[in-house]
Design a binder for this molecule. Structure first.
Ligand code: TNX
Length: 542
């Protein structure tokens, strides 16, 4: 009898099913969770969060943990520097011997919880795991952390989501919330799409018309490119100050912000303000319809280079990221082919049709490299001859990414088939708000295999990460962005972080139940396809 009880208690402890027990089976699933001998760690108000070293990010890590615990179970724990260490405590510490930069180890016994990482970023990810282990608990509940040893590190070094703030503009407070959502899902990069045909969203001091003219469209098309427009001026932009504030907000959360200035296509908003930079030189207005515009930057005009380089100069002052995203998608060559300046350029440099954009990309890369930064571009940039030092973001499918990897480019996998969170998330389309089309369910995201066996070993090493994108042609409100992001972001997190061998959709769905409770706590809107028994009424509000 005693043995049965003991086994039952142990099972309950391991599975985390006992009321008040933390459950380390979180999303993304850690590499290894091993139960340890001895009693659990009891969390009560006497527990201190102790941090070591004088790294300001370790101190802010401690503040985050304290805040997260308060938000989850309603307990305010003090934080303190190493010298006050006295059990019981949760210790945050650096372990320079750890190999994985973003890895961490959590050891739990009845006296203490230790979270160690090679870097403060690693410790931060450990904090997210500890935080999520409380997801199923309620405010005021006593917490027992079962004794355990957790060793973890991410599968990919680049784990991101992109938010399109050009088609629709989202306030600074929401961009920060989006960064919080990324942090909860162990991501380390926020790709910020700041410019497009329908709006320019970043202040650039030397080109004031970008905010005065390009940030505003006269009107927005209704529905899916119907003939009718709403006639309502729409716009917005981030000041440099606000952009810096977002970079800093993300940095504290160990997230890098990569800005994207989409060029030489998707530039109609800029052309509306600076028409001499287009091949025809006139007649541009900020886009009010969706899709691909024929008008692009004139690559035969030296003023174009002065313009984009000036933008890069200011951009790199705001964003310290190693990468600058130069876009490069969907750039028709039609205007270039009939433009005297572009034709002259093509003749001088012996450029065939495919090499026109490559000429522009190569110049931009040299300029950006000269500032000690590297470029990322959408996969179309690799259609001409460019340098393998450019990182390629594969979106039109997975194939173009793998082709680029074979040529020596680092690649980021973001194919429409699995990673387009602007697509519907269920086949019951009439239950969802209008979307651009397509279908990317939770399971589709979850099943994405970024590194197929068929790829040769050298190319495999070039797959540096995975990213999902939220394009916002049809997404006008923050509520709707949340709904498109969640819970697919959780499936993405497991693709980005968890070793393929530990992925299991059945187990993921059970763990998702708990993570969804955190979404509820933060009042984040999310798709309910996994919970058909729950009513949608009053939740899907845009
Ligand atoms: C293609 S993905 C685009 C975007 C659209 C998106 C809609 C990419 C690099 N370009 O301009 O918003 O499709 O799904």
């Amino acid at each position: 009898m005693k043995r049965i009880l003991l086994t039952a208690a142990l099972c309950a402890a391991l599975l985390g099913t006992q009321a008040g027990n933390a459950d380390y089976n979180v999303i993304p699933m850690p590499q290894s969770v091993t139960p340890a001998k001895g009693g659990p760690f009891r969390l009560d108000a006497t527990v201190k969060i102790v941090y070591t070293g004088d790294d300001e990010l370790m101190k802010s890590n401690a503040d985050f943990l304290s805040r997260y615990i308060d938000e989850t179970v309603g307990m305010k724990l003090q934080t303190t520097a190493q010298k006050d260490k006295k059990a019981p405590y949760i210790l945050l510490t650096a372990d320079p011997k750890m190999k994985e930069q973003e890895g961490y180890r959590i050891q739990v016994n009845n006296k203490a919880i230790t979270i160690a990482g090679a870097t403060p970023a690693g410790v931060f990810h450990g904090i997210q795991t500890l935080r999520k282990s409380l997801a199923g608990l309620t405010q005021g509940e006593e917490v027992l952390f079962p004794a355990a040893d957790i060793a973890d590190a991410p599968r990919f070094g680049y784990r991101a989501m992109m938010l399109d703030c050009a088609r629709h503009f989202f306030p600074v407070a929401f961009v920060k919330q989006f960064i919080d959502m990324l942090a909860l899902h162990n991501m380390n990069t926020f790709h910020w799409h700041l410019t497009d045909d329908q709006g320019w969203r970043l202040e650039i001091e030397r080109f004031p018309l970008l905010t005065k003219i390009s940030s505003m469209r006269e009107s927005t098309v209704i529905g899916r490119n119907s003939d009718v427009e709403d006639g309502l001026p729409y716009g917005g932009f981030y000041t440099k100050e606000e952009a810096r504030e977002i970079v800093e907000y993300a940095r504290k959360r160990h997230i890098t912000v990569i800005p994207e200035i989409d060029m030489p296509g998707h530039m109609v908003a800029a052309l509306a303000a600076y028409p001499h930079l287009g091949c025809t030189g006139k007649g541009y207005k900020v886009g009010s319809k969706w899709g691909v515009y024929r008008d692009v930057l004139c690559i035969g005009n030296e003023d174009t280079y002065a313009f984009v380089q000036g933008i890069i100069d200011e951009l790199t002052e705001i964003f310290p990221s190693e990468y600058i995203h130069i876009g490069g998608d969907e750039t028709p060559t039609e205007r270039w082919e009939s433009c005297p300046k572009c034709r002259k350029l093509a003749q001088e440099h012996q450029l065939g049709k495919k090499q026109l954009q490559a000429y522009f990309t190569n110049r931009m890369e040299k300029y950006i490299n000269g500032k000690g930064r590297r470029i990322i571009g959408w996969n179309e940039i690799a259609e001409g001859d460019i340098s393998p030092t450019a990182t390629i973001m594969s979106w039109t499918g997975a194939g173009p990414g793998y082709e680029a990897a074979k040529k020596g480019h680092d690649i980021i996998m973001s194919p429409t088939s699995h990673m387009y969170f602007d697509y519907y998330q269920s086949d019951k389309k009439d239950h969802e708000p209008l979307s651009i089309g397509g279908l990317v369910t939770m399971e589709t995201v979850y099943d994405f295999d970024p590194v197929p066996d068929s790829l040769d070993a050298a190319a495999k090493r070039h797959v540096i990460g995975v990213q999902a994108n939220i394009w916002t042609e049809y997404i006008a409100t923050t509520n709707h962005v949340e709904y498109m992001a969640l819970p697919r972001m959780a499936a993405l997190a497991e693709v980005q972080w968890t070793p393929a061998a530990r992925k299991d959709y059945g187990s993921f769905k059970l763990r998702m139940d708990k993570l969804a409770k955190m979404y509820d706590r933060y009042k984040w809107n999310y798709g309910l396809q996994l919970w058909p028994e729950r009513s949608n009424y009053g939740r899907w509000l845009w």
